[in-house]
Design a protein around this ligand. Structure first.
Ligand code: SF4
Length: 480
């Protein structure tokens, strides 16, 4: 298991992890490697070719802007969302781009950034994933100086064509509790009398130890906890910004932000002194999730969880736990993030978290499964091994009822159905966790079986239902 909590929960910018963050990271990696290899100074022109889903929905997902920013050497985690608009306008107005922030060349966007809407894969690519992109640098005489193909494989992860997915250093880390399936995760936890979050914590510490062999156990754990707190804080700030902002979301669909007005209505209702509605917390879950996804649609700062399109589910359920569960604690939240990441890693490594590869079941479905598992871990209590079984069960229930969910965003924008879908995913996660908590330990369908089913269902799904905006709602609802 090479996927870390900090791979799944990455700080970045909206609106899409696969179509915005991934391409930005690929462009940035390309120019940095040019610089490293001493080729940057000879570059006279750079051409970017987009294929498959990136070509079909890239405009709506801001892939074009991401490429420009990446070619200038920007990373999603570091870029200031407030500066994006002016940086992109600067490149377009001047028709010049600073490769890696160092080497300025002419950039003619219509001929240097090409959307191949009729081609699924880059020519000659060995790998076949629907999110392919190719960069080519030409020298003074027009000859090709360098050419690389990358794939954005979901959740902001990228691989170069022909590269194995796991970076070498990660696969070489000796993890104290390796697992490759939910069954192995439960077995290793049982064998060492650990809870799932403790298994994950020990593995995260081991990853840090590989980078800093002299560090003490205590300092490693402190650093993992600080990293989790940074993720949690970034999510909370995103919710707060989303609940404060108003206006129309970008992209031309004229979708109005709703989280702020919904939150105001809930506060008025809560202050009115009327008898308490027992389902009121669920209304807040809806608001939290929509706030995040409206921020994402606006290109704001979000945390992939495990993707941008599904970024609202996990924060909404984490805030539900913190604000509405009696006896909730910071420690409970740490358990929430560790256990949810263990489940997310299973999907990442045994199936897919890419809407372009398996539909929305791989995005909101996976987020729902992670959040359900996290909530059970946070609620904890009792026998750790019994609770491990409930975590696995909650994750399984949550995915079982997302199986087959397609990806058909209207206008190629991460707005309809995505924003409301996160609210539905968060509510379903709470329900799945509650069902698992109230059930006897045994259940018919295992998490491994449902992960496998999700993946095979995704492969069987017609490609027009996988982030192409050629079917479903995107086809049947007229954009206006
Ligand atoms: S429908 Fe789901 S997978 Fe597709 S863009 Fe929206 S959130 Fe992502």
């Amino acid at each position: 298991m090479t996927t870390s909590l900090f791979d799944l929960y990455k700080i970045g910018v909206g609106p899409s992890s696969s179509h915005t963050m991934g391409p930005m990271r690929a462009a940035c990696r390309f120019v940095r490697e040019l610089d490293r290899d001493g080729l940057l100074g000879g570059a006279m022109r750079v051409e970017t070719d987009l294929y498959g889903s990136l070509a079909l929905t890239g405009k709506g997902h801001a892939t074009d802007r991401a490429i420009l920013l990446g070619l200038e050497g920007n990373e999603p985690a570091a870029i200031d969302p407030a500066a994006i608009e002016s940086s992109v306008a600067g490149i377009r107005d001047s028709r010049r781009i600073q490769l890696a922030g160092k080497h300025a060349i002419v950039f003619d966007e219509p001929s240097d950034l090409l959307f191949h809407r009729d081609q699924m894969f880059p020519p000659g690519a060995r790998m076949q994933h629907p999110n392919g992109l190719r960069f080519t640098v030409f020298g003074r005489d027009g000859a090709i100086v360098a050419r690389r193909i990358y794939f954005s494989i979901g959740g902001g992860f990228i691989v170069e064509d022909g590269e194995t997915e796991a970076p070498t250093h990660a696969s070489e880390v000796h993890l104290p509790f390796p697992f490759h399936s939910a069954a192995e995760l439960l077995a290793v936890a049982r064998a060492h009398s650990l809870t799932i979050d403790r298994v994950m914590l020990a593995n995260e510490c081991a990853r840090l130890r590989a980078l800093d062999p002299g560090a003490s156990e205590t300092s490693l754990e402190t650093r993992v906890r600080a990293g989790i707190e940074h993720i949690r804080q970034t999510m909370q700030e995103c919710v707060e910004r989303g609940m404060a902002a108003e206006g129309i979301l970008p992209g031309g669909l004229e979708v109005r932000r709703r989280a702020r007005r919904l939150a105001e209505r809930l506060r008025e209702r809560d202050a009115s002194g009327k008898p308490c509605d027992p389902l009121a917390p669920l209304d807040w879950v809806t608001v939290y999730a929509m706030a995040v996804n409206e921020e994402n649609a606006a290109g704001g700062r979000v945390v992939t969880a495990p993707t941008n399109g599904a970024a609202g589910v996990v924060p909404a359920v984490a805030l539900y736990y913190r604000n509405f569960v009696e006896g909730s604690s910071d420690e409970g939240l740490v358990r929430f993030f560790l256990a949810s990441a263990a489940i997310g890693a299973l999907y990442k490594e045994n199936a897919s978290i890419s809407g372009a590869e398996v539909g929305c079941q791989g995005e909101v479905g996976v987020a729902c499964s992670m959040a359900a598992a996290g909530l059970v871990a946070a609620l904890g209590g009792g026998d750790g091994q019994v609770n491990n079984g409930r975590i696995e069960h909650a994750a399984e229930i949550a995915m079982e009822h997302n199986l087959g969910m397609t990806c058909d965003p209207i206008g190629g924008l991460v707005q309809i159905p995505c924003i409301e879908r996160n609210a539905m995913g968060a509510a379903k996660a709470v329900q799945a966790a509650r069902l698992a908590m109230n059930e006897p330990e045994t259940h018919k369908v295992s998490l491994d079986q449902v992960i496998r089913t999700m993946y095979l269902t995704g492969l069987d799904m017609q490609s027009r239902y996988k982030e192409t905006s050629l079917a479903g709602l995107a086809l049947n609802v007229i954009e206006c």
